[in-house]
Design a protein. Sequence first.
Length: 318
Amino acid sequence: MWWHQHNLCFSHPIEEDYSSGDLEKKVSVAGSSTGRGSPAVTLVQLPSGQTVHVQGVIQTPQPSVIQSPQIQTVQVATIAETDESADSEGVIDSHKRREILSRRPSYRKILNELSSDVPGVPKIEEEKSEEEGSPPNIAAMAVPTGIYQTSTGQYIAIAQGGTIQISNPGSDGVQGLQALTMTNSGAPPPGATIVQYAAQSADGTQQFFVPGSQVVVQAATGDMPTYQIRAPTTALPQGVVMAASPGSLHSPQQLAEEATRKRELRLMKNREAAKECRRRKKEYVKCLESRVAVLEVQNKKLIEELETLKDICSPKTD
DNA sequence: CCGCGGAGACGTCAATCAGC
DNA sequence: GCTGATTGACGTCTCCGCGG
């Protein structure tokens, strides 16, 4: 876990042990020139494939690499000697470690501050539109408006955009959440809307019938369960538990169900938040690597220019 | 083929931050 | 102060490469 063993300081290249093959840096420099008078621009090919313009160091007023203005020492308290200290002082429990590890600012904030100074570092947008393959309707499933529980213990959440989530509370998190998206295409049966089943593993689609009122019916048996959402005009089929409205909770059982429902909702949201956080973290690491690549090129150019100046200022006296 | 270890992804808990 | 968002820590699972 390199993340916890170093102080991250943006003012100098990070001395990380990029043992992972994925983090191997590949920087190619195209067309370096140190000509005078003309703005020397170097194209740096970053590992991600993007190219960054690195200007000549001497001709430009940009600050020195060594005294970079962005001295944002990210607070990651050094716990590199945790093993030894743990041996001597006993086990450091999580509380104590968390005291040691003061909280870092968010990746978005760090990156945005960093990118405001460095043109080569892309920004993390506030609420970015989906650009990395995630379907747009998946993002809309954060705030369900109705949650139902079937007799099998599965939770079905209906979001405002028509997104339906099915979660299996006891499934140890293995595909516990499945996103369903409304399609509203074609000619559905009277009073029904066909939604598309966007399960992660299955390639087939399943149909859900959604009239105005929201009653979820677990309809079929088989490899994959199907559900129906019907108007509650008829008697509920077997296996359907209607969620009570929050205002009408009286009995302890209902309170317990409400608590369970809230917990499931909280876990679902935190699950999504954790995914998003990891995505930002990866983006953050990528940007750090890009910055390292740029700084390495700048450093190399500085050394070359220093050598050139040395030769100019101190010619050989044979 | 099988076991093992590393890497990565994920879910959950808990602490902290930030906005109201 | 409350509440939602963020993120470190931890445990678990899956995949993949490697050696026996």
